[in-house]
Write a protein that binds this ligand. Structure first.
Ligand code: PHE
Length: 341
């Protein structure tokens, strides 16, 4: 029996020393020390031993058990260290590789221009209003005093959304004048920037979707002098203090009298060039004194209040400011183009 025990010890220590991982080690523990293991099998035979031999063999058996346990423990440490080393090797990081930079975007050039414009108007006490792009014909035309046969009401000019021509994509930001007077009341000083839609052919200066900024001032005693003074001040803020302007008579259904405002060509200084098409002047915006009918349509008494309104194309303003030759470029959202600003 003594030989048996020694053989178990020898075999166990050898195979434990060769164990490669924790699972292997566990299977060896079961093999030698488990309930059905080799050592237990030997101990079960001890009942047949003489009284003198039993304690001797018992002690040896305990020694064998202790040395096998110790060997397993020692090998467990070796195996786990080896596993850690292997992991570290496999997961090596090269900390010298430069990090990946997240590309940082910036404002679209047109919205940068819009932000500058908002700043100027806010500085003059204007509020910013928003209006829906899907608009009722009532607001886009009727309340703005556009007659039933006005050409802009035609299906060839405006995008309608219903067969009965009652809902459309707004063709101008002027309906926000009406909404602002209805919800805010007068006196009022507001601008409303936003998208507008027209069935225009696409070319360098036209797009079926573009942006306007509408403006409205209504108070007691507002005159054409306020209109001219305000617009001149703003245009000189945008284009510089020496900018020359001129006002030409025009017609809009919702203003009376109406005008258009031009600035002297900043490229040729008024002598005529390709930018101003030989005119010396560049058309900038439409404006006028709010028509008494429009005031009345919004519940405002034209005997008591008067006002002026204006509207300009934001896209063209941005083109001019950044010297961009083609409007399509600012809507295509080609990163290579936008990154230049
Ligand atoms: N809504 C006009 C247009 O689209 C511009 C305008 C606005 C004119 C306000 C006068 C007053 O052409």
């Amino acid at each position: 029996m003594k030989e048996q025990l020694e053989a178990i010890r020898k075999g166990a220590l050898e195979s434990i020393g060769g164990a490669v991982d924790a699972a292997h080690l566990e299977s060896l523990r079961v093999k030698y020390l488990g309930k059905k293991g080799e050592l237990t099998a030997v101990l079960k035979q001890m009942g047949g031993l003489s009284a003198e031999l039993r304690p001797v063999i018992g002690q040896l058996a305990n020694e064998v058990r202790a040395s096998v346990e110790k060997a397993i423990e020692a090998q467990a440490a070796v195996v786990s260290e080896r596993a850690l080393a292997a992991r570290l090797e496999a997961e090596t990081l090269d900390v010298t590789i430069p990090g990946r930079k997240a590309a940082q975007g910036h404002k679209h050039p047109m919205y940068a221009v819009l932000d500058d414009i908002k700043e100027i108007f806010i500085g003059m006490g204007f509020e910013i209003f928003d209006g829906p792009e899907i608009e009722q014909a009532e607001y886009n035309f009727t309340k703005l005093n556009a007659p039933e046969n006005h050409p802009s009401r035609d299906w060839t000019d405006t995008f309608y959304l219903t067969e009965d021509s009652s809902v459309l994509l707004r063709s101008q930001t002027s309906p926000v004048q009406i909404r602002a007077m209805e919800t805010h009341g007068v006196p009022i000083r507001m601008i409303s920037p936003g998208r507008v839609y027209r069935k225009d052919e696409v070319d360098a200066t036209h797009s079926p979707m573009f942006h306007q900024v509408e403006g409205l001032v209504v108070d007691k005693g507002i005159t054409m002098a306020d209109l001219k003074g305000t617009l001149n001040t703003i245009i000189r803020e945008i284009y510089g203090p020496d900018t020359q302007t001129r006002f030409r008579p025009h017609h809009f259904p919702f203003t009376e009298p109406s005008c258009e405002m031009d600035i002297q060509c900043h490229k040729c200084g008024g002598t005529g060039c390709s930018t101003c098409k030989g005119e010396g002047w560049i058309e900038l915006l439409g404006a006028g004194m709010v028509h008494p009918k429009v005031l009345r349509n919004c519940g405002v008494d034209p005997e008591e209040y008067s006002g002026f309104a204006f509207g300009f194309g934001l896209d063209r303003l941005a083109l001019g400011q950044y010297k961009i030759s083609d409007m399509r470029l600012i809507f295509e959202n080609d990163i290579r183009f936008l990154e230049q600003f």
